[in-house]
Design a protein around this ligand. Structure first.
Ligand code: ATP
Ligand code: MG
Length: 137
């Protein structure tokens, strides 16, 4: 069974939306097999988003990701990476399909409520960044 890394971002934890977002995952057949609420450090956020370090929005993105606690989680299910991207919706909530998490909850292209790994290969790297194997059950 496939696994993907999900992050409920600070805009969503701030608005107390963790449970509503988790319900979307479970209703879509994804199982939350690991989960913790953490305050990321600047260094952690920079490393996690290092693929974007040359982008104009990198500094703002890092500042946003450390502006409050996040919930990092591992979702498991058939085709979990693609399934999660589908229910998250497009990066910019203005372009996200109706009924997706970002269409329903995101505030802006930056404060877009959730992160989901974009490939099985990156999922494995991102999961290992936050969780020990023994924490995933
Ligand atoms: P994520 O990686 O968070 O799941 P994504 O894969 O849909 O989102 P990416 O292109 O990887 O989008 O961008 C990473 C994050 O950077 C976005 O989720 C968003 O928070 C932020 N971001 C992307 N584009 C912009 C932009 N033009 N302006 C501000 N922030 C942006
Ligand atoms: Mg991405």
């Amino acid at each position: 069974t496939e696994r993907t890394l999900s992050i409920i971002k600070p805009d969503a934890t701030r608005r107390n939306l963790t449970g509503k977002i988790n319900a979307r995952f479970e209703e879509a057949g994804l199982r939350i097999v690991a989960q913790k609420r953490v305050q990321l450090t600047k260094a952690q956020a920079e490393q996690f988003y290092s693929v974007h370090k040359e982008r104009s929005f990198f500094g703002e993105l890092v500042a946003f990701m450390i502006s409050g606690p996040v919930v990092v989680q591992v979702l498991e299910g058939e085709g979990a990476v693609a399934r999660n991207r589908e229910i998250m919706g497009a990066t910019n909530p203005a372009n996200a399909a109706p009924g997706t998490i970002r269409a329903d909850f995101a505030e802006s292209v930056e404060a877009n409520s959730v992160h989901g790994s974009d490939s099985a290969e990156n999922a494995a790297i991102e999961i290992a960044y936050f969780f020990a194997g023994s924490e995933i059950v």
